[in-house]
Ligand binder design. Structure first.
Ligand code: NAP
Length: 335
């Protein structure tokens, strides 16, 4: 009996050691955060998986940092797109190009890049379509760069490509202290607009630091009492707020909602435009890169967690009260 116990114990120790050595030495495996079923943050498991291979027009990126977005929580819970299980969430990455797939010609091995992946970002390696990746702004470290793609591109798309916000116009940014809102305030100021922005009491300082001309504390004041006849509203907060936005947009002005489609019949009643986001690829990334490197845009990262803490990161993002961005650190910054 004692002998059998000893044998079993030795067997377990040896197989654990072999698994660990295999995972460390076999380049075909990597650490990743995986959902094997849809559900709450508890379905996320930190484990060893096969490293992906870049296919046609793709590159393999060694991920240094991965940004966390609300959409990652929708993917995890099965409410976004049609991901097949198991799924590795994560759309924003910054890292180093490790391998070039067939047909990819723009980037080369060793390039420092940032951009978008179609899930798969919460991992040591991720494949990305080459067209969705750009050279990382030299002025940003990898953690900062990973906070940019989805949020900054959405803000740019909404204000510039959809609402054509211009000099002398007025804009209301609902949810100004979040991922999208924190870039939207800065982009609106760069476009020469007067900016109203909303957030809770704790985030009023951030709204002002980012350039908002008028910061509105939604816990103390109704935005309708302050904002009237604006050229553009960017709705990045909630459906309940969206219902109230129509009334503060001037005739022919734009209501751009990123939290779900606006009601076009209601928009028509108010005589305003409420189009979906303009179809845009990732071509705005190089434009954004220039603005970061010219120090005209900055990134607000309020929390950096380890890749193994992705569950905690998603719990926090799932509250919809993130200040700026949360980023997962996957590896040390390269020297
Ligand atoms: N369609 C797209 O392509 C697209 C792309 C990106 C994001 N989105 C969606 O857009 C929304 C915002 O994304 P995000 O990444 O910016 O989210 P986020 O980082 O969670 O930010 C949400 C912000 O909303 C603020 N907020 C919450 N309740 C509010 C209220 N009643 N009034 C005003 N502000 C309020 C929060 O500030 P306080 O903590 O101060 O309340 C928080 O800073 C999410 O629903 C996301 O899914 C859509």
């Amino acid at each position: 009996m004692k002998k059998e116990f000893l044998f079993n114990a030795v067997f377990v120790v040896v197989s654990c050691a072999l698994t660990a050595v295999f995972a460390q030495t076999n380049p075909a495996t990597m650490k990743a955060v995986v959902a094997h079923e849809f559900g709450g943050p508890e379905v996320l498991k930190y484990e060893d998986v096969a490293r992906p291979e870049p296919k046609e027009n793709e590159v393999l990126v060694r991920v240094i940092a991965a940004g966390v977005n609300p959409v990652d929580t929708y993917v995890r819970s099965g409410k976004f797109g049609t991901p097949t299980l198991p799924v590795i969430p994560g759309r924003d990455i910054a890292g180093i190009v490790e391998q070039i797939g067939p047909g990819a010609t723009k980037l080369k091995k060793g390039d420092a890049v940032y951009g978008n992946v179609n899930n798969g970002g919460y991992a040591e390696y991720a494949v990305a379509a080459e067209k969705n990746i750009a050279l990382k702004p030299a002025s940003l470290d990898f953690i900062q760069a990973a906070a940019v793609p989805v949020a900054a591109r959405t803000a740019w798309n909404a204000l510039v490509e959809t609402a054509h916000l211009g000099v002398g116009q007025t804009v209301l940014i609902q949810g100004g202290s979040g991922g999208v809102g924190s870039f939207a305030i800065q982009i609106a100021k760069l476009r020469g607009a007067k900016v109203y922005a909303t957030a809770s009491t704790a985030n009023q300082d951030l709204l002002r630091e980012l350039g908002a001309d008028v910061a509105i504390d939604y816990t103390k004041q109704k935005f309708e009492d302050v904002v009237k006849n604006v050229d553009v509203v960017l709705e990045a907060a909630s459906r309940e707020i969206l219902d109230r936005d129509y009334a503060v947009v001037k005739k022919d002005g734009f209501l751009v909602s990123i939290i779900g489609p606006a009601d076009t019949a209601k928009a028509q009643q108010y005589g305003i435009q409420a189009p979906p986001l303009a179809a845009a690829g990732w071509s705005s990334l190089p434009e954004l890169t220039k603005l970061f490197d010219a120090k005209k845009l900055r990134v607000v990262v309020t929390q950096t967690l380890r890749l193994s803490e992705a569950r905690k990161a998603q719990e926090e993002v799932g509250t919809h009260h993130t200040r700026g961005k949360i980023v997962l650190k996957v590896a040390d910054e390269p020297k």
